[in-house]
Design a protein around this ligand. Sequence first.
Ligand SMILES: [Zn+2]
Length: 186
Amino acid sequence: MILPINIYSDDILRKKAKPLKSIDSGVEELIGFMFESMRNASGIGLAAPQVGHSVRLVVLDISCLTHYPDEKPMVVINPHILAVRGYNDMEEGCLSLPGIHGDVERPAALTLKYRNENFEEMTGEFSGMLARVLQHEIDHLNGTLFVDRMEKRDRRKIQKELDALVSGTVQTQYPIVRESLTVLQS
Ligand SMILES: [Zn+2]
């Protein structure tokens, strides 16, 4: 099932999501729907709050990118960043901020403790694109969007586009939650 994606002005994107205690059939189903919805929107990562579930669950799959055909899809539950190394700048976008892109500085590599799709505890070292996408998605679980991390000067340049998202005139190739936008306008 393709789930509609909550966009920028939606309150759920600003909440701190709750840890999952276990995986039941409902969570398994949600994971499947999240992969389907992410791929339908040509995304490489999706956090549960983006589809209306305020829980600490992320899916990602960067294998569609030119340089990463061998990367396996990942399910990341209750992630905890243990250490970070280095910094780099990269342009980011977000399915919850359609049409908006901007440079964000983040750690270049990280050590992550998390649970996988079988709820097994894992510890992994990530760098490059995976480190970038993981940090972007973990931010979603804490109510942070990439535009919050942009330099103020760069952020001012996209303010008009952000305002357009709030006013609800945005067009996307994938379904978005429009009800919340209507409420916001009234
Ligand atoms: Zn995002």
